[in-house]
Design a protein around this ligand. Structure first.
Ligand code: SF4
Length: 287
């Protein structure tokens, strides 16, 4: 289904955050690919993020992802011959200098030494980019493409990292990832949001992308998935069903937790009913 082009080389999202509002008891008005992925992974996670709007702690990994995304976006402001590793590292430093001046990131590191180590590791990760793609040969059609599309009764909002138009006119979507690439057999779910982006592109531009790509800097690994109109029609049906399920969950305030391997990375595990209810019961029974 998908092919891995690059894997197991040595060494190491600001994806614009889409603020979509949901209100308890109010019908769903807009859905983003990220929030759709949340609900698919775990309805309780969707509730924590989108209904309760609980803050999530900023981590060094999230900071690295945000900064790397900004640097990679800005790299394509340069002419092809200027898109060098040194230029990318400078863009990373510049983006981090701006981010660390904000309240959100100001206290992320306990010491200068920690921050320096993080920076060195981040630049090593960015170096991997050049082993996966040659930016001199990449001609983005658009970056940070902001789409708000009404797909006949459901409104989807998404901002994709990059879309390229190949010399033959084919469109290809690329999403940058700074987290570790999943093993190939587990990679397919990671394409869920990208297929929604492909659907939005088809609606906005009137032609379907032929491929979606997940570019993991940590690996580095490039996963590619061909897409076509039939698959995107199926994605649209799936999205409608998901929309109806979320609408019903909001109406009934029923967001069951769905536990899995990703719970260990969930910011809300310490307040999740799937974990706290058992603990509460244990405490009650041992009292
Ligand atoms: S800990 Fe697991 S089950 Fe609970 S909200 Fe997070 S992902 Fe869902």
């Amino acid at each position: 289904m998908f092919s891995r082009l690059v894997q197991s080389f040595r060494e190491p999202n600001l994806k614009c955050v889409i603020r979509v509002s949901y209100s308890r008891g109010m019908p769903l008005e807009t859905l983003s690919p990220s929030r759709a992925s949340d609900y698919k992974q775990c309805p309780q996670l969707f509730k924590f993020r989108s209904i309760d709007r609980l803050p999530e702690p900023v981590t060094i990994y999230q900071a690295r992802g945000t900064t790397a995304h900004l640097a990679l976006q800005d790299l394509y402001d340069f002419s092809p011959e200027q898109r060098t590793p040194e230029a990318l590292y400078d863009l990373f430093r510049k983006a981090w200098t701006e981010l660390r001046a904000t309240d959100e990131y100001a206290d992320l590191f306990a010491s200068d030494e920690e921050e320096r180590t993080w920076g060195v590791e981040s630049l090593k990760l960015l170096a991997n980019y050049f082993t996966v793609e040659n930016p001199v040969e990449v001609a983005p059609f658009d970056r940070e493409m902001d789409m708000l599309e009404d797909l006949g009764g459901i409104t989807i909002r998404g901002i994709l990292d990059r879309i390229d138009e190949l010399p033959d006119g084919d469109l290809v979507i690329t999403d940058y990832k700074t987290g570790k690439a999943p093993p190939e057999r587990f990679a397919l779910p990671a394409f869920f949001a990208l297929k929604i982006y492909a659907l939005l592109v088809r609606h906005k531009l009137g032609r379907a992308p032929v491929e979606v790509r997940l570019l993991y800097l940590n690996g580095p690994t490039l996963y590619r998935l061909p897409v076509n109109d039939v698959q995107l029609d199926g994605m649209e049906r799936q999205l409608r069903a998901l929309w109806a399920a979320i609408d019903k969950a909001i109406d009934t305030n029923n967001f069951p937790p769905r536990t899995g391997v990703l719970c260990d990375w969930c910011s809300f595990k310490d307040r999740c009913p799937a974990f706290t209810v058992d603990n509460d019961e244990e405490m009650a029974s041992s009292a």
